[in-house]
Structure formats: C-alpha cells, structure tokens
Ligand binder design. Structure first.
Ligand SMILES: NC(=O)c1ccc[n+]([C@@H]2O[C@H](COP(=O)([O-])OP(=O)(O)OC[C@H]3O[C@@H](n4cnc5c(N)ncnc54)[C@H](O)[C@@H]3O)[C@@H](O)[C@H]2O)c1
Length: 206
C-alpha cells in the first residue's frame, strides 16, 4: 500500500481509532493534533503496527500551522491521497442567546475555519497528484441538532455544506468528498460541553 493519509485530531477518539485501523491496512500516516503527548502516543502505536507515520503538532485554526502540516506531509511522503478532516471541539451546552461571542468564535474557528483551511491547503496537492478523497467528520448535528447545542450544530451544518460543495466543484477533477456523521461516541469531546449539564438540559438532551 502506497497511499498517504492525513488525519487531524489523531491524538484521541475517532481520529486515533481511525489511525490504528488504517495502520493495520498499510497506509502511510501523517497524524496531526495540538495535543502533542497523545498525538505522539498514537504515532508510536501505529508505528508498532508497522505503519510509516509522522506526527505534526498543529492548531488547525492557525493558517501557518495548517500550511506546515501539509508541507511536512508532502516533504516526507511526496503526496496526499486521503485527508481525514476530523479535529473538532464542543463548547458548553447552552441556549443560543446565552453563548458569548468568544465561545462562538472559538468553536467556529476550529470546527469551520480549521476544516476549511485543511481543505484549502490539501486540495492543491491533490490536484497536482491527479486526485484524492476528503473525509470530513460531520455529525448527526449536521442534520438534526441536539438540544442546547446550537452553535456546534451550526458548525456541523457548515461542514456538511463544505463537503457537498467539494463534491460539486471538483467532480471533473477527481477530488471526492464524503461526510461521516457519527451520533454519540464515548470520547473526550463532550467533557467540555457537559460542564453546564443540569436536570433540565439532561432531560432535553436525552
Ligand atoms: N463524540 C461524538 O459523539 C461525536 C459525534 C459526532 C461527531 N463527532 C466529531 O468527531 C470528531 C472527533 O471527535 P471525537 O469524538 O473523537 O473527540 P476527541 O475530543 O477525542 O477528539 C478530537 C481531537 O481533535 C483535537 N483537536 C481539537 N481542537 C484542535 C485544534 N484546534 N487543533 C488540532 N487538534 C485539535 C483534540 O486534541 C482531539 O485529539 C469531531 O469533529 C467531532 O465533532 C463526535
């Protein structure tokens, strides 16, 4: 297998699991996260399974960091075949009017701008290679918002829009996009959101 995959959010959760599974299938892995300790751990674990892999520390909402992880991947592996655009965050569960604009900016900067920047810098490499596939981790919230989670739901609707636009705009250029939409997975992401949970929120959320 000579295929090269970039995975963002590879330190924990779905990104880590995907890295471990693809390592078993022989993919070359460029693993990206701002959590260096757990990102290195995933990298060591995939190497133990025999995969060629690098770890690039990056905040996906920072344009220089994004350029750097794409450049490093091409320097080491020469191409990008698959881009798993997966890193994301949640913010505390609230009613929409209770969110501060800082919380809104923080979430949108990671979940929407970070996803956009990844696509912005990966697509030119794929065009040069003759094509590629982008897998965006969207969410059940891309279709039906969970209660008290409106800004996160908006970010995942936006990411679904980016996914469909790639499908439309690059259909003659051999670049394909798919959105993977999990429902509830037991990962770290909701720990931050759960800080506001009380009986009312829990009842609506469930
Ligand atoms: N857990 C769920 O129930 C669920 C459901 C639907 C969709 N999702 C989506 O799945 C994706 C993965 O989340 P998860 O559930 O595995 O949670 P997780 O918190 O375990 O994984 C998210 C990863 O992204 C990284 N990350 C966050 N912000 C980053 C940034 N600015 N720069 C670089 N890395 C950053 C984290 O360090 C972490 O490794 C997210 O996009 C999330 O929205 C999760």
């Amino acid at each position: 297998m000579n295929k090269v995959v970039i995975i963002t959010g590879a330190a924990t959760g779905l990104g880590r699991s995907t890295a471990l599974k693809l390592a078993e299938q022989g993919y070359k892995l460029s693993l990206v996260d701002f959590n260096e300790k757990d990102g290195q751990q995933t990298t060591n674990d995939v190497k133990e399974k025999g995969a060629e892999a690098i770890f690039v520390k990056a905040d996906i909402s920072n344009e220089n960091d994004v350029q750097n992880y794409v450049t490093k991947t091409v320097e080491v592996f020469g191409r990008v075949d698959f881009f798993i655009n997966n890193a994301g965050i949640m913010i505390p569960f609230r009613l929409i009017h209770e969110y501060s604009s800082d919380e809104y900016d923080r979430l949108m900067n990671v979940n929407v701008k970070g996803a956009f920047l990844g696509v912005k810098y990966v697509i030119p490499v794929m065009l040069e290679n003759g094509g590629g596939t982008i897998v965006n981790t969207v969410s059940s919230n891309s279709f039906k918002p969970t209660a008290f989670n409106g800004i996160y739901a908006a970010s995942k609707h936006a990411m679904a829009g980016i996914t469909k636009s790639i499908g439309q705009d690059y259909q003659n250029k051999a670049i394909f996009a798919v959105g993977v939409a999990p429902n509830n997975m037991q990962t770290y992401i909701s720990a931050n959101a759960a800080v506001t949970i009380n009986e009312d929120i829990l009842k609506e959320y469930l």
